[in-house]
Design a protein around this ligand. Structure first.
Ligand SMILES: [Zn+2]
Length: 80
């Protein structure tokens, strides 16, 4: 029983750490609304069923934002 509990705790911790890392990379890609590769503003063009927002810049780059706080002030204009 104790082994199962330890396994559960480790699994949850791993999930949280992985999730935190992926959100952190979203934040870096999002770069406060500006494409980090060509410095053009991200424009929302799609909204997926999981609530993720798809953005593209004018230079052919794409970013998929799933963390709700990363693009908070921009996601309102995205077609829900
Ligand atoms: Zn770009």
């Amino acid at each position: 029983m104790a082994t199962l509990l330890v396994f559960f705790v480790v699994a949850v911790a791993a999930f949280v750490i992985m999730g935190g890392l992926s959100f952190r990379s979203e934040r870096r890609e999002w770069n406060r609304g500006i494409c980090p590769d060509c410095f053009r503003p991200w424009k929302c063009f799609d909204w997926d069923s999981q609530g993720g927002r798809m953005y593209k810049c004018g230079g052919g780059h794409y970013v998929d934002i799933t963390a709700p706080w990363v693009d908070r002030s921009y996601s309102q204009g995205c077609g829900k």
